[in-house]
Ligand binder design. Sequence first.
Ligand code: AGP
Length: 605
Amino acid sequence: MCGIIGIASAKPVSGNIIEALKKLEYRGYDSAGLSTIDDGKISEKKCSGRVNNLEKILFENPSKGNLGIGHVRWATHGIPNEINAHPHSSEVVSVVHNGIIENSNSIKEELIKKNYLFKSQTDTEVITLLLTSYLKNLDILDSVHKTLERLEGSFALGIIFKNFKDIVIGARRGSPLAVGYGHEENYIGSDSYALKSMTNKISYLEDGEICILTKDKVEFYNSEKNKINKEILTLSNDENKTTKGDFKDFMSKEINEQSITSKTCLKEYIDHLRKDINFYNFPINPNEINRITLIGCGTAYHSCLIAKYLFEELSSITVETDIASEFRYRKIKFNKNNLYVFVSQSGETADTFAALDLCNKNKANTCAIVNVVESSIARAADFVFPIHAGPEIGVASTKAFIGQMLVLYLLSLKISKIRNEITDQNYIKNIKDLNNLPSLIKEVLAKRNEIQNIAKDFINSKGTMFLGRGLSYPIALEGALKLKELSYIHAEGYPAGEMKHGPLALIEDGLPVVVLAPKDKYFEKTISNMQEVIARGGKVILFTDDDSEIISENIRYKFNIPKCNDYIKPFLLTLPLQMLAYYVASFKNCDIDKPRNLAKSVTVE
Ligand code: AGP
C-alpha cells in the first residue's frame, strides 16, 4: 500500500508534492520518488528510504515543472531500492501506482518480445511500457483506456506525458483515489488527508473511473469512456488534529487522546435527556435480524471479537466474526435476515472492502463502522457508524480500537433494547456507566509510570504471551499484536483455558506472561490458569481490578484497573497494553509511528 500524489498547476509543484508525500508516508515508507515535466522532458528523481532523502536530492537538483506526480512505497514486487521506487518512466510517459497488477508477468513477456527494456523488478513498469506502446498509434485517452483494459488486479494511478505537458491523468480500480480542486491548480491523491493542506474541496473516483487534470479544470470519464460529473465534498478543517503537538510521536498523542475521543463519540450517540442511544435512522429493523457477521482485519478484527461476546451477552442474535481476507473467498450462504458489519479505521483496507463488495453483489444488509467517513468502505456500505476518533496517524491503531469497541457496544445495547431483550433498568444502567468511561480512561492513563517500569522486563525477552478469557481474550490478542508490531518481539494472545492444550510448553523460567483477569465470571478460572504458568517458571504480569492480596503471591507485577461495569473492563485493560507496547518499543529505539514492514492502511491484498 503506497501513497500517490499528482498536481497540475500554474507554478512549480515539487514543493507541494514533497509535503503531500510526507503526509502519505504512513501508507508506505521504504522508498520515494517524483517526476515532473522540465524543459519539455520527463525529469524523474527517486530514492530508497524516507521522503527526507528525496527532499535532499531536490535541494541539490531542483525540479522546476508546473506539473508532476509523486509516490511513497510499500514494496510488493521488487525489493525496496532506488530502481524499484516509483515513478516508472519511459521517454514519453511516467507512472506512479498504488496496488498490484496480477497479470504483470504475461504482459511483461509480451512487451519484451517487442524489444521493450525493463529497468525494474516491479509490476508497475508494465503499465508504463504498455502505455508507451499504445501511444505510438492511439490518442492519449484511447491509450489510457486500452492500457487499463489489459490490467488485472488493483490500481490507483497518476500519469504524466512528455507530449501533453499540461495534463495529469488519474485512474482507479480497487485502490482509493481522491481529486482536489484548487486555484489555478488541481490535485489527485491516495486520500484527502494528503490534499487537506492544499484544498478542502474533494471528489472521489469510483472503480473504473479516470480523471484528467489541468491547472484550470478536471474532467471525469467512466469505464464506458462517457464523460461524467462528480459530487464535490467540502472537508472539515481538522488540520490541528494531524500534528503531534507537544508529543514525541503520534502514537503517544493518540493514546492520550482516548479520554477525549471516547467522550466525543459518546456525545454523538448518547441522548442523555432520553437516556437512550441514538442511531440516526438505522435502516435495518433489528427485530428482523437473526444473524450478525462482524468482519475486519488486524485490530479491527479484534474489536469484532469483543462485539461477538457483547451481542451474545445482551441479545439472542447469532453472531459470528470473520477475518476479511478469509471471508472474501469463502462460499458464504447469504440470507436477507443477516446483517454484515464491516469494521475499519481507514475504511480503505482492501480485504475488508472486497468482503463488503461481495456482500453488496449479493444484496446483503451491510453497515460500516469507520473512522474515515469519506472512505471507500463508508461510501459502499448501506449505513455508516463513524467512531469520531479523529485522524489516526500512528501505524499501530489505538484510539480507533477504543472507538470501534465503543460503537459496537452501543450498537449491541441499542439492538437488544429494540428487541426487548434487555430490561429498561439494565439498558439505562449500562448507558449511565458508559458515561464514566472518559474519566476512567484518564485514571488508567495516569498510571503510565507503572507500565514504563513493567516494560523493562520485556526489552530482552525473546517472546511473551498474553492470556485472557471471555471479553479479555480479544484484548489479549490486541495486546500481543501491539507488542509485535511495535517492538518486533514475538507475542501470542491466547484464551487462557487453551494453554494446557499445547502452548504451556512454551513457558520457561523468566518468560514474561501477561494475564488479564478482571473480576468477572471468568476470574477464578483465569487465576488457576495463571497458577499453571507460575508453576512452570513464567513471570506473570497481572492486570485486574481485584485487590485481594492472596492472588499476588509469586507474581512479578500486578496492575490494577479501576472497578467498573464488566462491559467497560475490556476498554480499561486495553490501555496499559497499548502503553506497554509503546514503552518496550521506545526502550528498544524502534520507530514508533512507522514500524518496519508495516503501513497504516493496507490497500492491497
Ligand atoms: C493495527 O495496529 C494495525 N495497523 C492493523 O492491524 C490494522 O488494524 C488493520 O490493517 C486494519 O486496518 P483498518 O482498521 O484501517 O481496516
